[in-house]
Ligand binder design. Structure first.
Ligand SMILES: [Zn+2]
Length: 189
């Protein structure tokens, strides 16, 4: 639902009207006519807003509210909330995310192989740009310096499939241990 600027202002006014003195209201309207209020004023306003005391809710009202949340309403709300994806989401961070493994994902909902949330691994997008076409889902992109957040073109190698990718890792490991003694190999492998 889109709330117009006009309606928002009305809501703001009605909320302010119930809590602020005439003097404060006059001050505020003066401020609104001019530029943005100073930081100090904004902080004061924010504290005043937070300090608003909600009237206590009786157990009866609580039960009523609870009962009003039917399964259908719950489903509708959750659907509406999950529809708030991309730039409409409160989690919006300019379309860039880092997953727990450290991989960077970019919001790209038009990509044929994006995930459920509309994101694509950045290293795949970089590889696709260099390749000039979409990667096959079975292709794996390897990070040469092992830093999975370093998605510079020169740090990436496109592997035919996971078997080839695993082979690269095996070779890297062998190279890493090549100069080590048998005793060291035992400790580290
Ligand atoms: Zn790799």
């Amino acid at each position: 639902m889109v709330v117009s600027e006009e309606t928002r202002e009305k809501i703001r006014q009605s909320k302010l009207g119930t809590h602020l003195s005439e003097e404060t209201k006059a001050k505020l309207s003066k401020l609104r006519r001019g530029k943005r209020p100073s930081l100090e004023t904004r902080i004061k306003l924010s504290i005043a807003r937070r300090a608003r005391v909600m009237p206590p809710i009786s157990e009866e009202t609580k039960a009523k509210i609870k009962a009003s949340w039917t399964e259908e309403r719950k489903a509708k709300t959750s659907a509406a909330m999950s529809a708030r994806c991309g730039s409409l989401s409160h989690m919006w961070r300019g379309g860039v995310r880092t997953n727990p493994e450290g991989y960077v994902k970019i919001y790209c909902p038009s990509h044929p192989f994006c995930d459920g949330g509309g994101y694509v691994m950045e290293h795949r997008l970089v590889a696709e740009r260099a390749l000039g076409k979409y990667l096959d889902p079975k292709n794996v992109v390897h990070h040469i310096n092992k830093n999975v957040a370093d998605n510079r073109n020169e740090n990436l190698v496109i592997c035919e499939d996971d078997a080839y990718h695993k082979l690269i890792h095996k070779r890297m490991k062998e190279q890493h241990y090549a100069h080590k003694t048998d005793k060291q190999k035992k400790i580290w492998s």
